[in-house]
Design a protein around this ligand. Structure first.
Ligand SMILES: CCCCCCCCCCCCC[C@H](O)CC(=O)SCCNC(=O)CCNC(=O)[C@H](O)C(C)(C)COP(=O)(O)OP(=O)(O)OC[C@H]1O[C@@H](n2cnc3c(N)ncnc32)[C@H](O)[C@@H]1OP(=O)(O)O
Length: 277
């Protein structure tokens, strides 16, 4: 039975809302924060709740120990409780459904979250754990962090949006290099590649993530959500569609309190106070 099942999923995937920032912390350092299906599903639920919660203005995703997340818990077996029989071999379509409903749903929950999501990568991010970090809007990495597109070491095809994310972030050739060779990518190299926004000393990771998160938490939340969606779609649509969706987003935003507050505050020579609505 995996360690995860001896502690509640609320203990190994912690959530705290503080100052408008939702902190989601993976806390199973003994397994480098590998995630089983229960932890994956809790992450999805927390991200979806954060998206809808008006009191959550920004999200930070981080972890404890020297692992951020090393992907699926390869030691957990769904339904492996006491008395469980031998694992049933997956039937036709079972694996594809697991990937759709699991790894892909997790990455989609980050991409679709209507709040800025910051990954504070404290250590090794491998497999779906790397994609969880790379799907975030901003990635702050500790100097000791490293990213591993590890699937080939396990004979697996990258899932959880790996090819989709990597190709957009680093281009076709570098994406194939990372996937085929499955080498460790240290934080400094990840920064040079454009995989992360910032690299900070390990001891400064939390404060660096907090500083960005708290700045975003008092910003125009709705405008951030609309802009996030435009950027996420920018590589998928043609110019006419992009321009139409941009114009629609600007119009939607102008109907919000914050959309009017910024210009009004400038005219009144005062700092804006964005409510997030
Ligand atoms: C999305 C969740 C799905 C949940 C369903 C579960 C079904 C799983 C079926 C797989 C198909 C799903 C695939 C998934 O969507 C995508 C993936 O993530 S596949 C990639 C899986 N991850 C890995 O292959 C990484 C495995 N780990 C390593 O290779 C190494 O640990 C490392 C990352 C290179 C680091 O190496 P070291 O620094 O030497 O550290 P150790 O190896 O000694 O590790 C320390 C300790 O942690 C345990 N551990 C590390 N990673 C995992 C892991 N992924 N699963 C379980 N346990 C892990 C390791 O065993 C050590 O424990 P100890 O032996 O000390 O008890």
């Amino acid at each position: 039975m995996s360690e995860a099942s001896e502690r509640s999923v609320e203990q190994t995937v912690r959530h705290e809302l503080s100052g408008g920032v939702g902190w989601i912390t993976l806390d199973r350092p003994e397994a480098l924060n590998a995630i089983d299906a229960g932890q994956r599903d809790r992450l999805i639920a927390l991200l979806r709740q954060a998206s809808a919660d008006p009191d959550t203005r920004a999200v930070v995703l981080t972890a404890t120990g020297r692992g951020f997340c090393t992907g699926a818990d390869l030691r957990s077996r769904p339904g492996s409780g006491p008395g469980a029989g031998p694992p049933r071999p997956p039937g036709p379509g079972d694996v594809a459904r697991t990937i759709r409903d699991g790894a892909q749903a997790l990455v989609a929950a980050v991409l679709d979250c209507e709040k800025p999501v910051i990954a504070a990568v404290n250590g090794i991010a491998a497999g779906i754990g790397a994609h969880l970090a790379l799907a975030c809007d901003l990635v702050v990495a500790a100097e000791s962090a490293r990213f591993i597109e590890i699937f080939a070491r396990r004979g697996l095809v990258p899932d959880g949006g790996g090819a989709y994310l990597l190709t957009r972030l680093v281009g076709v050739h570098k994406a194939k290099e990372l996937i085929f060779l499955a080498d460790d990518v240290p934080a400094a190299e990840a920064l040079a590649l454009g995989l992360v926004n910032r690299v900070v000393p390990d001891d400064d990771l939390e404060s660096a993530a907090r500083e960005w998160a708290e700045r975003l938490a008092v910003g125009p939340t709705r405008a951030f959500a609309l802009a996030k969606n435009l950027v996420n779609r920018a590589l998928e649509v043609d110019r006419a569609t992009a321009f139409r969706e941009e114009a629609d987003a600007v119009e939607l935003n102008m109907a919000t309190d914050d959309g009017r507050e910024g210009v009004r505050a400038f005219a009144e020579r005062r700092a804006p106070e964005f409510s997030g609505h």
